[in-house]
Unconditional design. Structure first.
Lengths: 551, 171, 103
């Protein structure tokens, strides 16, 4: 965990008091909505269909039990008793009253949580691998760098009014769980031939209307130079990013229009002239941040404790363990994913009671720490293997032990037209119907890893382009229709899915997805061949045939 | 539109040059970039002080040669959402060493004062009277700063390192 | 940006003006009495583009009380009952279409 010091706390409190003043001026009519809109967006407040929506940052996906309880309290006191975890390590509350927001923020500030820059045209929450610091084989804990970047990008005096929003993600593992290739800047921590730690810097990735996979702008930037290099990218973007057309304002368009080579030259030229710009990170500064991350006092535990051997006789436990429990870097410990995708439930939602219960379980079994991943699930990052059977029972009681992590029902979905003022079509009921269709765990296991991602509009908050199966809601003559893509992926081999054919109406989506899955089962050359690999091998055609032959 | 300098509302010594009209022989004037660049020497040899209004999409390289003879540079916020002038301000102060008046013009509102002063602005043509009145209080709203800029405020990183040094010195 | 006052307005059927209340975000409808109501049944119904424009201008003038006002279609049932004219307005008026708890 990162421990905030007096300076971090002071800044958050100062931000709360500034926002309180802004809300007061808005309610008194001293600020027009046109003026206030940008100010509220800079603090995570949107207007949705039914109410204001309030987005709170969970930097690099790490929460303490105390912080999670504070989120539960906000859900209960100021909202309707639940929250929605997003694809960018944020949580959203859907029914917040503007007049009460400053109080909610003040409550969160007490535990070091804020909503700064969770929307607006600025640098958004810096995200990272939800297994950071515990994943085996990691170069080092990417959260050290995420935190350095978080601080540097918070209330930045030069980059708070960028052409458009700006998202940074960091990974330090070979397997990318942070989807860095679909971010404005993706940072891959690695070591060069001399053993020095630094970053491969990727730029210009993103989804939305014009999706792009990020391109490498520099294969290695030493850790000490990462702030100045990011600053150089932002300065080029701030000056030359398009401001005439909101759909062309993201950095991906600038990179695309200039070409990565020319863009890289511009950045290098700026970087050279900056000459550090006071941003070169001394070893001591990095160590200072590192020192404020605490790690649990792990015990020396056996690889295979008796409790686990005994529990292995229970097939339900075994099914969950094989699905939701991942290896930890320390022997005798595991990383446990808590599925927020129960059959028939809205993906990524958690009730205040569940949040409180998870906080208690984190205290008992995970050194008080919780993680949030971009797949909209939670994780307990330090569970002793001997505790797994007890934890499983407790999770099952609160509905968080659905053994479907990475399976067909582990669906990523945006809030869609049920909540969102941008949406053209609903996302959640599509997801709910799909989880019911594939509710049989044996079937889901037989299908294997398959990511379905659903967005209710082209803005792609549900990451549909990079779902193994992507579903995009569109509107045709007042009716909800859905475009289906297949073959996308968000990991280190990220690519956009390909459209299989004309959009299908709301009522047919689940049938079509079933057809696609059945086609895959018939086409895969062996049970281990994942859906996305079968699509890669055979292309879209056989799936298209199957879906449209009878329609 | 009130002008705030040194934290106070003040009378503007500069007169905006009117398009097409002759420049007055003396007195401080603010000249649009295009007009200034037509004949910079002619403008600069006038008796009065000269400031230039520089648009936010024009390369600073054309302005840099004249910086040490300018009394003011006015940068423009055509909308409060358009942040290009923040970069221009920092570059003028931090890279080109400009130390004259740097004025924020256009859509200048209360909630940008902190960002602007951190970027190097020291004069503000404020759109609303109430915002100008609130300048002194607003600009002091924050006491913690994460980024180093040319404004010399000590960053959080620096304060922490100082704290560490004093702690270890005391041991 | 085009001011909402200058936007071209064309309606093809009976319509109302809706927005969200500034203080708490609640869905509201412009009434014929130059106020707002949280109930669609109180909405002023307009039938021509000129009427729609006038009602929207009046709504937009209340920048303190309401945000994001726009014109939306309605269906008029026999007996004068007002129904939302599309799915979006149906959801805004009736609430979520989904179960919040797993079922």
């Amino acid at each position: 965990m990162y421990a905030y010091d007096e300076l971090d706390r002071t800044l958050i409190n100062e931000r709360v008091s500034e926002f309180r003043d802004q809300v007061k001026r808005r309610l008194a009519g001293e600020l027009t909505e046109d003026e206030f809109k940008m100010l509220r967006l800079q603090n995570g407040v949107y207007l949705q269909l039914h109410a204001y929506m309030f987005r709170v940052a969970i930097p690099y996906g790490t929460l303490s039990s105390k912080q999670l309880r504070a989120l539960a309290r906000v859900a209960r006191r100021y909202d309707r008793g639940y929250g929605h975890f997003t694809t960018r390590q944020n949580i959203q509350f859907n029914w917040i009253k503007l007049a009460e927001l400053p109080d909610a923020l003040a409550d969160l500030a007490e535990v070091g949580i804020h909503a700064m820059q969770t929307s607006g045209n600025n640098m958004r929450n810096v995200t990272s691998d939800q297994w950071a610091g515990v994943a085996p084989g990691e170069v080092e804990d990417p959260r050290i760098w995420s935190e350095i970047l978080r601080q540097h990008t918070t209330l930045h005096p030069e980059f708070s009014f960028l052409p458009r929003k700006f998202k940074i993600a960091i990974t330090a593992s070979e397997h990318d769980r942070a989807a860095i290739k679909v971010h404005d800047i993706g940072l891959r921590l690695h070591r060069n031939a001399d053993g020095e730690t630094g970053f491969e810097v990727l730029v210009g990735g993103g989804l939305g209307r014009t999706p792009f996979i990020a391109k490498t702008i520099k294969p290695f930037v030493p850790g000490r130079d990462i702030l100045s290099y990011v600053e150089a990218i932002l300065r080029v973007y701030n000056q030359y990013g398009r401001r005439d057309n909101i759909y062309k304002a993201r950095i991906k368009i600038l990179v695309h229009e200039l070409g990565i080579e020319k863009f890289a030259r511009e950045v290098d030229e700026e970087w050279r002239q900056m000459d550090g710009g006071g941003l070169t990170l001394d070893h001591s500064v990095i160590e200072e941040v590192r020192s404020r991350f605490s790690y649990p006092a792990y015990e020396k535990l056996p690889h295979m404790p008796d409790e686990l051997k005994q529990a292995a006789h229970d097939p339900l436990f075994e099914r969950w363990r094989k699905n939701s429990v991942a290896p930890h870097k320390v022997q005798g410990y595991s990383i446990v994913t808590l599925s927020l995708k129960p059959v028939g439930g809205p993906p990524g939602d958690a009730t205040a009671d569940q949040m409180d219960a998870v906080a208690d379980l984190a205290d008992r079994y995970s050194f008080g720490e919780i993680r949030v991943g971009h797949e909209q699930n939670l994780a307990l990052p330090h569970v002793a293997k001997r505790d797994l059977p007890q934890l499983w029972k407790a999770l099952d009681r609160i509905g968080l032990a659905t053994p479907n992590v990475n399976l067909v029902t582990d669906i990523i979905a945006c809030p869609g037209l049920d909540y969102c003022s941008l949406a053209n079509a609903r996302s959640i009921p599509i997801a709910q119907e799909l989880t019911r269709r594939f509710a049989n765990h044996d079937t889901a296991e037989m299908i294997g890893r398959l990511h379905i991602n659903i967005s209710g509009c082209i803005n792609a908050c549900g990451h549909h382009h990079v779902g193994h199966i992507g579903i995009l809601g569109v509107e045709k003559n007042g009716e909800e229709f859905y475009q289906i893509t297949i073959g996308g992926r968000a990991d280190e081999n990220a690519q956009m899915g390909a459209l299989i054919g004309p959009a299908v109406p709301y009522a047919e989506v689940a049938d079509v997805i079933e057809d696609i899955v059945e086609a895959y089962l018939a086409l895969r050359d062996r049970p281990e061949e994942l859906f996305v690999d079968t699509v890669k091998r055979l292309g879209v055609e056989p799936f298209k045939e199957r879906v449209y032959a009878t329609r | 539109m009130p002008l705030v300098k040194q934290g106070r509302i003040t009378t503007d010594p500069f007169v905006h040059a009117v398009d097409g009209a002759e420049l007055p022989d003396d007195g401080a004037i603010l000249v649009p970039a295009a007009r200034f660049l037509e004949d910079p020497e002619a403008v600069l040899k006038r008796a009065g002080k000269v400031g230039v209004i520089w648009p936010n999409n024009r390369d600073l390289d054309d302005l840099v040669p004249y910086l040490d003879r300018l009394a003011a540079v006015a940068l423009v916020f055509p909308s409060f959402r358009d942040g290009r002038a923040y970069s221009q301000a920092r570059l003028l102060r931090e890279r080109h060493g400009y130390d004259g008046e740097m004025r924020a013009t256009g859509q200048v509102l209360r909630d940008q004062f902190v960002f602007m002063s951190r970027a190097g602005f020291d004069a503000f043509e404020v759109k609303k009277d109430a915002d100008a009145d609130a300048f002194a209080a607003t600009v002091k709203r924050y006491s913690v700063f994460y980024q180093p800029t040319g404004d010399g405020r000590v960053t959080a990183f620096n304060r922490r390192m100082q704290l560490r040094h004093s702690e270890s010195a005391g041991q | 940006m085009t001011s909402p006052l200058q936007q071209k307005i064309k309606i093809t059927g009976p319509s109302m003006v809706t927005a969200n209340r500034t203080s708490d975000g609640v869905v509201i409808y412009r009434t014929a009495q130059q106020g707002w109501s949280a109930s669609l049944s109180d909405a002023a119904i307009v039938r021509t583009s000129d009427e729609a424009r006038a009602l929207l201008n009046e709504a937009n003038a209340d920048d303190v009380g309401a945000i994001g006002a726009y014109i939306a279609p309605v269906e008029l049932k026999e007996g004068g009952e007002i129904k939302p004219g599309n799915l979006r307005e149906h959801i805004r008026s009736k609430g979520l279409t989904i179960d919040l708890l797993p079922a």
